[in-house]
Design a protein around this ligand. Structure first.
Ligand SMILES: [Zn+2]
Length: 296
């Protein structure tokens, strides 16, 4: 059975250069390891996801020439997410947290990366809860040793990195962490290639995936957990070495396209900015993927 890798953009805007670099790494990894490619539209945040962006993802990938083997959209899995939540709740792994954003910031330590390390204030609360609340998962206090194909070995304890974290937010939307773990499990993802900016999520996703698998197996169609291969790729940086800002990322690929640039010009531009090419020169998609694959 060939492995499966996923490209998983959120439809909260049009695709930008950050997405394009990620796509090139995903398609390059698929080439290197002979994997099937799955497109997953991660519209778990229903407050921000928009139909025009969902269509935009498909159109832009097609225009650039990226082909994939299968596709799914997270909103079609929401009932299943609820089943998983019910199971975890019944087993005592979920509790409502009524802390406000302000309380979270002032009452908990903040990590070096600026994250709240939740100390479990609401852990003794039980559902149902009538106040606005998020739902947090009880995460084991355990070091996760994991390997990144590019960055090497990590030993991290999610309990110390972030504490019990939300799986559903105060607006009732599924969180990225919860949705991505269930989908990676049920879609049989064997390879996860994504940007360095979410490397920090890996240990907690391993812990949560293991917990979901152990708790739901037998009752729900969830397989035994097999840890995927991880590779976190470098991000595009500006000339001073800083990651591109949100504002720079707000500039979408279709703005370049609408301004008359060809797909080959956009691909050349991204490879140049990412340091793969010495000059900003047009390049075909196959060649671009081959160049990135060489670096893996
Ligand atoms: Zn709380």
């Amino acid at each position: 059975m060939p492995g499966i890798i996923r490209f998983a953009p959120s439809p909260t805007g049009f695709l930008h250069e950050g997405h394009l670099l990620s796509a090139l790494y995903v398609w390059a990894a698929a080439k290197k390891w002979d994997l099937k490619i799955h497109l997953r539209i991660e519209d778990h945040d229903q407050g921000r996801a928009r139909k025009e962006y969902i269509d935009g993802i498909r159109e832009d990938l097609a225009w650039l020439g990226f082909k994939y083997d299968s596709e799914s959209i997270q909103s079609s899995h929401f009932n299943f997410f609820q089943n998983v939540l019910d199971k975890l709740t019944a087993k005592g792994f979920v509790y409502p947290c009524t802390c406000s954003r302000k309380q979270l910031q002032s009452e908990n330590p903040i990590s070096e990366t600026g994250e709240v390390i939740y100390q479990g204030k609401c852990r003794t609360q039980t559902a149902p809860c009538s106040e606005p609340h998020s739902l947090r998962i009880v995460i084991p206090d355990k070091v996760i040793n994991w390997h990144d194909e590019r960055l090497g070995d990590f030993s991290e304890n999610p309990k110390k990195q972030c504490g019990d974290f939300p799986i559903r937010d105060r607006d009732g939307f599924w969180t990225y962490q919860f949705a991505v773990c269930i989908d990676d499990l049920t879609e049989g993802i064997t390879h996860i290639v994504r940007g360095e900016d979410i490397r920090n999520s890996t240990a907690r996703q391993i812990a949560l995936s293991q917990l979901i698998s152990d708790t739901c197996q037998g009752d729900l169609p969830i397989p035994a957990y097999t840890r995927p291969l991880y590779l976190h790729h470098p991000l595009i940086v500006d000339s001073s070495g800083k990651k591109l800002s949100k504002r720079e990322h707000a500039y979408s690929l279709r703005q370049d396209k609408d301004a008359g640039k060809t797909a080959q010009e956009i691909l050349g531009q991204i490879l140049y900015k990412a340091g793969f090419l010495g000059n900003n020169t047009p390049i075909a998609l196959d060649q671009a993927i081959a160049i990135v694959a060489e670096s893996l």
